[in-house]
Write a protein that binds this ligand. Sequence first.
Ligand code: DOR
Ligand code: ZN
Ligand code: ZN
Length: 408
Amino acid sequence: EVVDAAGLVALPGFVDLHTHLREPGREDAETIDTGSASATLGGYTAVFAMANTDPVADNAVLVEHVWRRGREVGLVDVHPVGAVTVGLGGERLAELGGMARSAAQVRMFSDDGVCVADPLLMRRALEYSSVLGATIAQHAEEPRLTVGAQAHEGERAALLGLAGWPAAAEESIVARDCLLAHRTGGRLHVCHVSTAGTVEVLRWAAGPLAALPTLAAGGRPGRVSAEVTPHHLLLTDERLATYDPVNKVNPPLRTEADTLALRAALAEGVIDCVATDHAPHAPQDKDCEWSAARPGMLGLETALSVVVETMVTTGLLDWRGVARVMSERPAELVGLADQGRPIAVGEPASLVLIDPTAHWTVRGSESASLADNTPFEGMRLPARVVATMLRGRFTARDGKVLRWIDSC
Ligand code: DOR
Ligand code: ZN
Ligand code: ZN
């Protein structure tokens, strides 16, 4: 088959370190099938499925189940993320080793959705992660500072009478865990960085902190990495003016100064990569009062366009840089062998073809996700995924999902 790719940009398939697929437990919001379809339309060839399902993915049986289901669907590689604790925010470490050694080969453990607030537990998780060669992904929230919080602590929230989510609730726990990672030799991945202050903490972790001695066995240094979401790159708390729960997300949308700091940090490499935090919600969980609405936004099908709008159109990244932050660097952080790098001769390719000149208008109802809670509804955005290929087979083309059955 000959594909005319004249004028298109070819990049290695995107790798999302942070996707919520909702299966098992909330199949009315998203399933591994619909989430995979959404991912391939967005140019992704691998996604990391977060552990805050029901039941929580805190054991080998469950992560293997998610992994197998992903393989059956076959549209993207679905890598389950294991929970750090038994239950999210639990008081005991989960059997990380059992999940790492399972068929799912879990390489990332997370407390996303609920924090590991206990420093002793986090320290033990980081120590153990270094033994396993796995990464601890941290939701970046000190829960004692966000009790009741509904929006970014600032003028907007005050006007609406919404309890504020302080920037320091993120910055303080990120600083704490950077120290723990460094001293233990653990690998920490900071999820959805949202404030300029956290960017400064990451600079400190990469510079002065890294120069301090580590207590890890063999003197192996710790590693800190970080991600930013498309919505935190583009949207601000000015959005609260409409009081539409589609804009409710954890961590909350911040200020314009924060978005500019996040963009600069991503361009510089202080923030390693873009991750969507794709968070589908059923209609009844979004079409309600602000305070009752669940936090989270769709992200998979709009990520590329939002990154182009905020990073390429502004001159902060070129296409090489887009490949770095959406594919190469995330694949490297979790050690994916066959993704996120230039394709070798004779190797079945996992790649995405992009029309860099296209513009399109976002419609949640047209998304392959079961949910439609996109905060970008009606926005005209640049760049479009034309085709996605997973190991030599087209999984999406011209906005259509191609399943095995279609290509046989
Ligand atoms: O906005 C969010 N939604 N933040 C989280 O940490 C969890 C996520 C979800 O699961 O919906
Ligand atoms: Zn989170
Ligand atoms: Zn999340």
